[in-house]
Design a protein around this ligand. Structure first.
Ligand code: BTN
Length: 187
């Protein structure tokens, strides 16, 4: 029974592999360093948003966990060709580890919204923005504060810089996904 639930069809495996590849490709662009905090502006987090939105909670989560498993093994798939446990547990670790839950939260929120018939462009954007941007930035800031031995407020304040870019990425993720959704990707 459990085996049946976690086993994937060839189609699903292909979709997951493609999503892992897309997230990796978005990491080819090196991050833009900010200088005053050790957290770059990246494009890769848009792939995490798309994973939850396009693939749904199950396949999106599998794709992101697989991606980060490869990173943990040392594959240089994070922005600018970085990888390994040292990177995952470094100053940006809070953002990276929060990504593990983003597809689940986006996917389940969208399903709930669809059930009640409230998912329009704007509601979809708000869901992606809340979980894919704001939630990640908030948890990332807590982790960052701990790493830098500072208090949460300055770490959170420095994250306000990311809100603008992440909002644009959420808009792009919704725009791309809504165009692609007619192709059946998630089961
Ligand atoms: C890494 O490659 O080490 C992860 C970097 C995490 C960067 C975070 S994700 C949310 C926020 N938006 C950005 O563009 N950068 C930060």
């Amino acid at each position: 029974m459990i085996k049946e639930k976690i086993s994937l069809s060839i189609h699903e495996m292909t979709v997951v592999a493609m999503m892992v590849a897309i997230i990796a490709i978005l990491g080819v662009l090196p991050g833009i360093p900010l200088g005053f905090i050790p957290v770059p502006i990246i494009l890769q987090n848009m792939g995490i948003m798309i994973a939850g939105e396009l693939l749904g909670p199950k396949l999106g989560t599998i794709a992101v966990w697989l991606f980060l498993f490869l990173v943990a093994l040392g594959f240089p798939l994070l922005s600018g060709g970085r990888g390994g446990m040292v990177t995952i547990l470094g100053p940006t670790g809070g953002y990276i580890l929060t990504w593990l839950f983003v597809p689940l939260l986006i996917g389940l929120s969208l399903r709930l919204g669809w059930r009640y018939g409230i998912v329009e462009w704007i509601t979809e954007f708000l869901i992606v923005w809340l979980w894919g941007a704001i939630f990640v930035e908030g948890v990332g800031a807590i982790w960052l504060a701990n790493q830098l031995r500072t208090t949460f407020i300055p770490a959170l304040a420095s994250n306000i810089l990311f809100v603008f870019g992440d909002t644009i990425k959420a808009l792009m993720a919704v725009s791309i996904t809504r165009r692609l959704r007619h192709i059946k990707v998630a089961s």
